[in-house]
Design a protein around this ligand. Structure first.
Ligand SMILES: [Mg+2]
Length: 368
């Protein structure tokens, strides 16, 4: 089998955060989400789909795939996905082991695994060694509102929909307190802070948050790779620490685990180097006794890949559902809609679904 063509699709799909007439925070400011999809064609007619992390960096990632990766792949056998990933990482190492380059490799790797599983006539999770019958617990991952009323509104709504875990993206105590007040003690609450604080600021904040019985606090320290400070903070607080969405490759996760920096590791399949690298991180986390909680605020092939990977893990942890509503979805909305708090992995071959061609056409970004 040979790769005959690689095509990149850049999309921007408008979304709503669900709360009207509220000024949303400057952090994460956006009303449409960037997508960078990759379609890989082969001489057998089998087609694979992948996507790269593209929020606010869509153009750069697309260019990296087209100019840095595509020339290396035409003519290669897609069934050799792990070798291809290794060679791409080796060839492109001088452009950075974190960021755009690895995001681009991740997209191609996901598409190649889609082809491998389709070629084997199996759902990807079967190919990865799972029957695919696990119920995958979901959590609602709320937008950042910086508004206690809006947080309460969304918490209540998520609880009504059957979510059994809810994550905030907030940095002020007023919103954390408001969430706990409206949810009572029944629903575990996580708080994703997205790297705002020095280690001293983080210690003060987490000390003051201990009374809210948080399930984890995510990325409290800037910069994200300061694993030593994270480890010291973790030793100083009862609140479990989660991090990993800003780490690429298993080598970075090994450093994180060696430093005993986290209770929960959050690899992101569209960032770490794709399915190939995510599998390595899973094995590493097993060996170090660290629970993986996949980072998956995605709505394309990266989300499906996360479902299949989670199926293949003995203990899949909690899966993220970014709690925003789109004007259109690349797959039927049910895929992103947990039933009574649980996701279901598609049981058709490959990733299970190909993206909707009309949505790709309707929301394509015009590029020069
Ligand atoms: Mg996060």
């Amino acid at each position: 089998m040979k790769i005959t063509n690689i095509e990149v699709f850049e999309l921007k799909i408008p979304f709503s955060t669900g709360v009207k007439n509220k000024v949303s925070s400057n952090f994460l400011k956006a009303d449409a989400l960037d997508f960078c999809l990759v379609k890989i064609e082969t001489d057998t007619g089998i087609i694979g789909w992948g996507d790269a992390f593209a929020f606010h960096c869509r153009r750069a990632v697309a260019e990296a795939i087209n100019t840095m990766i595509k020339p290396h792949l035409i003519g290669k056998n897609p069934l050799d996905v792990q070798q291809i990933n290794f060679e791409l990482q080796k060839k492109l190492h001088l452009f950075g082991r974190y960021g755009i380059t690895i995001f681009a490799i991740s997209a191609v790797d996901i598409a190649l695994w889609d082809i491998v599983a389709k070629h084997s006539n199996l759902p990807l999770c079967n190919f990865l060694g799972s029957v695919g019958e696990k119920k995958l617990p979901a959590y609602a991952s709320l937008w950042r509102y910086e508004d206690a009323e809006a947080v309460q509104d969304r918490c209540q709504y998520a609880k009504n929909l059957g979510y059994k875990y809810i994550k905030l993206h907030e940095v002020f105590t007023s919103e954390v307190k408001a969430a706990r007040n409206i949810l009572g003690d029944d629903i575990p609450i996580m708080v994703d802070t997205n790297c705002p604080w020095t280690k001293d600021e983080a210690r003060q904040m987490l000390n003051s948050w201990e009374e809210y019985s948080l399930y984890w606090v995510e990325e409290p320290i800037n910069p994200p790779e300061d694993f030593e400070s994270l480890s010291n903070l973790r030793a100083d607080t009862f609140i479990p620490i989660a991090a990993g969405e800003n780490a690429c490759t298993s080598f970075e996760f090994k450093k994180m685990f060696d430093a005993e920096a986290v209770d929960y590791a959050q690899p992101s399949v569209t960032k770490v180097g794709g399915i190939t690298e995510f599998k390595k991180i899973n094995h590493l986390a097993d060996t170090y006794g660290v629970q993986v909680m996949p980072h998956s605020p995605y709505f394309g092939p990266g989300f499906l890949a996360t479902l299949h990977l989670a199926q293949s893990m003995p203990n899949p942890g909690l899966l993220e559902r970014f709690f925003i509503d789109f004007e259109a979805y690349l797959y039927p909305k049910e895929i992103f809609t947990p039933q009574d708090g649980f996701f279901k992995t598609p049981d058709t071959i490959g990733l299970g679904l190909d993206p909707d061609k009309d949505v790709i056409k309707d929301f394509a970004v015009k590029t020069l």
